[in-house]
Design a protein around this ligand. Structure first.
Ligand code: SF4
Length: 359
């Protein structure tokens, strides 16, 4: 089994917390699709196993016109309804016409960047949609036939209180979605939000409140039948993201597009994240990716780092038994058969635990 990731780096506007690679030069979209088709043509032979997931991420792939997306989908190996084919969408882009077109192309999963149902907070972090658009977008997608929808929610937003966060989760649960990804806000260097924080215009949520927000998220979602299957991801049984799970399981994937990473089980490679360089290289059929060969030790390190983020954990044979036993006694890890898995308490300080186990 293998996966394909396609990076669409276009956004209509820039969110104030974002340090991802994306551009607001939408005029280059069609040319970019042409570059992606060239790259697929040249690299499809690298996939030696059946493709079981395709993930179109960004940026904001829903900024693509139906025609452009169709041109891309036409060249990809969309073969069966058993494949999980996801597109990331902004609620403001979802119309019935687009949602029906996505379905007709074989896309069967939506990942929607909702972030919050609080208009004041959405505006503060620079999202271009409002809460009503998010509710409408989910309803439209469901009307078009999507029964596998994920939404993203952010917590620890500036001036967000526990009450406001509770309201966000409750609203999310009313939508009838199958998957929720949730991340605490990180103030990244060079972002607008970081500047506002540095100038004292906004205030960060304190660490204790952020922890309580995370605990509340886990409690409420698990009480509603969601499985906490990765540190930041929750799904109804059987609706875990197959694509993301394959990253955590060491499954090979091919990454197409500017800045996209690929992994074949031994080597990691990535394309130029400069839009012009990438398009020029792809369209002249001379891609110059950077390549890193992983040592056995690096592969083990990644297996531990990624495994401990999930509810599958890691094999006890992979980690220091004495240290693991100590964490188990402290209630931060638990052992199930041959696997060692982080507890909810452990998730709070997961990076520290991982660092120690690898040290
Ligand atoms: S939509 Fe996503 S990628 Fe685009 S600016 Fe906002 S956070 Fe960044």
């Amino acid at each position: 089994m293998s996966g394909i990731y396609i990076h669409i780096p276009f956004c209509k506007s820039r969110c104030k917390y974002c340090d991802f690679f994306s551009t607001t030069h939408l005029a280059r979209r069609e040319e970019y699709i042409h570059a992606l088709r060239c790259e697929w043509h040249d690299r499809q032979h690298e996939l030696t196993e059946d493709v079981h997931t395709i993930y179109i991420g960004g940026g904001t792939p829903s900024t693509l016109t139906i025609e452009s997306l169709q041109m891309l989908m036409d060249c990809l190996p969309v073969q069966s309804t058993q494949q999980e084919i996801t597109i990331e969408v902004n609620p403001g882009d979802v119309t019935l016409e687009k949602a029906q077109a996505w379905q007709a192309m074989g896309i069967n999963r939506l990942s929607m960047g909702v972030q919050s149902f609080d208009d004041e907070l959405l505006q503060l972090i620079g999202r271009r949609h409002n809460a009503q658009q998010a509710r409408d977008a989910v309803a439209i997608a469901q009307q078009a036939g999507f029964d596998n929808i994920s939404i993203d929610l952010m917590y620890a937003l500036p001036s967000q209180t526990m009450e406001r966060w509770k309201h966000d989760i409750e609203e999310a649960l009313l939508l009838g979605v199958q998957h929720i990804s949730s991340y605490g806000l990180i103030y990244e260097e060079g972002t607008m939000l970081m500047t506002l924080l540095d100038h004292g215009i906004i205030e960060a949520v304190d660490e204790d409140t952020e922890m309580l927000m995370y605990d509340y998220l886990i409690d409420l979602l698990t009480a509603h039948g969601f499985v906490h299957y990765e540190v930041s991801n929750f799904a109804l049984p059987g609706r875990e993201s197959k694509h993301n799970s394959s990253y955590w399981n060491n499954t090979p994937y091919l990454g197409l597009g500017a800045g996209a990473h690929s992994y074949d089980g031994r080597q990691r490679q990535w394309n130029s994240s400069d839009l012009e360089s990438y398009m020029q290289q792809a369209m002249s059929h001379r891609l110059l990716p950077e390549i890193e060969s992983l040592t056995t030790e690096q592969i083990r390190t990644e297996r531990i780092m990624l495994g401990l983020r999930t509810n599958k954990g890691v094999s006890i044979a992979d980690i220091d038994r004495a240290k693991a036993t100590q964490y188990i006694q402290e209630g931060l890890l638990k052992q199930e058969g041959e696997r060692v898995i982080a507890t909810t308490q452990g998730f709070h300080i997961l990076n520290r635990i991982i660092e120690d186990l690898l040290g």
